[in-house]
Design a protein around this ligand. Structure first.
Ligand code: ADP
Ligand code: MG
Length: 256
């Protein structure tokens, strides 16, 4: 896993300043939540870290390496979306294993001579199947590997999306409102499952939500974001007991 530094990052969409000088350090193995109302710029910041969007100014440093100029696939980061983004015609096992089979194909395409040095196709398939089975077991979806996404509940789909992120063993996980499509009861249950999984993997995680309760119960630290700016970054308890601005107090519901 790795540290992530966001250094004076700015982003405009046309005339609109969506990110205004954002600086933030996420420690190795930390669970940091970006909390803020809809439209404040959370997804844009996450997409910039992942390399799906370009920052106009500032730097992104992951594990000591500046990654601004690297395409998303070379950043060693896995992102999980609210919409799951699963392939409906593939089985659960194929969806989870996709990054591994793609990686293998990329190596073949970029460096054909390496093909002869890779394990045989059958052996490679067995390795992928083993990694997929491990992820599925950790997420409690082992018996579902042969199903298609259409035969799964929302919670199960979200686990498949998490599994697909896990098999890559990325330097960090970025989760964009991963629970917001689930019903209330499952959402609460998944909170503790996700934090437990993060601890077990020792994963560096940036978790995006507009839900205060999620942020307060899951995170090591919470970064409160309002209108493209970080208002305060602190452990949940301190945000609640000692909000630095009235806006933070109002947003986390503490009596200031
Ligand atoms: P959040 O995830 O906190 O809801 P977003 O990062 O999605 O916020 O959006 C922040 C602001 O940037 C919003 O005003 C949104 O309309 C705008 N925005 C996001 N993506 C684009 C885009 N590709 N083009 C233009 N405006 C965008
Ligand atoms: Mg968003």
């Amino acid at each position: 896993m790795a540290t992530i530094s966001i250094e004076a990052v700015r982003k405009n969409f046309g005339p609109v300043e969506v990110l205004k000088d954002i600086s933030l350090e996420i420690a190795d193995g930390e669970f940091l939540t970006l909390l803020g109302p809809s439209g404040c710029g959370k997804s844009t910041l996450l997409r910039i870290i992942a390399g799906l969007e370009r920052n106009d100014a500032g730097a992104i440093v992951i594990g000591g390496r500046r990654v601004d100029d690297l395409p998303a696939r070379d950043r060693d980061i896995a992102m999980v979306f609210q919409s799951y983004a699963l392939y409906p015609h593939m089985t659960v096992a194929q969806n989870i294993g996709l990054p591994l089979s793609m990686r293998r194909m990329n190596v073949w395409q970029r460096l054909p001579w390496i093909g002869s040095m890779l394990p045989g196709t059958a052996a490679a398939r067995r390795t992928i199947a083993k990694d997929v089975a491990e992820a599925a077991q950790a997420l409690d979806i082992g018996p579902l590997l042969g199903r298609k996404p259409g035969q799964l509940s929302g919670g199960q789909k979200q686990r498949v999306a998490l599994g697909r992120a896990m098999v890559r063993h990325p330097a960090a996980f970025l989760l964009d409102e991963p629970l917001s499509n689930l019903d209330a009861k499952l959402r609460v249950q998944m909170r503790s499952e996700l934090t437990e999984l993060q601890r077990r993997l020792g994963a560096t995680m940036i978790y995006v939500t507009h839900d205060q309760a999620e942020a307060m119960t899951m995170s090591d630290r919470v970064a409160v974001m309002l209108a493209g700016r970080l208002e305060q970054v602190a452990p949940p308890r301190r945000l609640y007991d000692d909000p630095e601005t009235l806006a933070v107090a109002e947003f986390v519901g503490s009596p200031k």
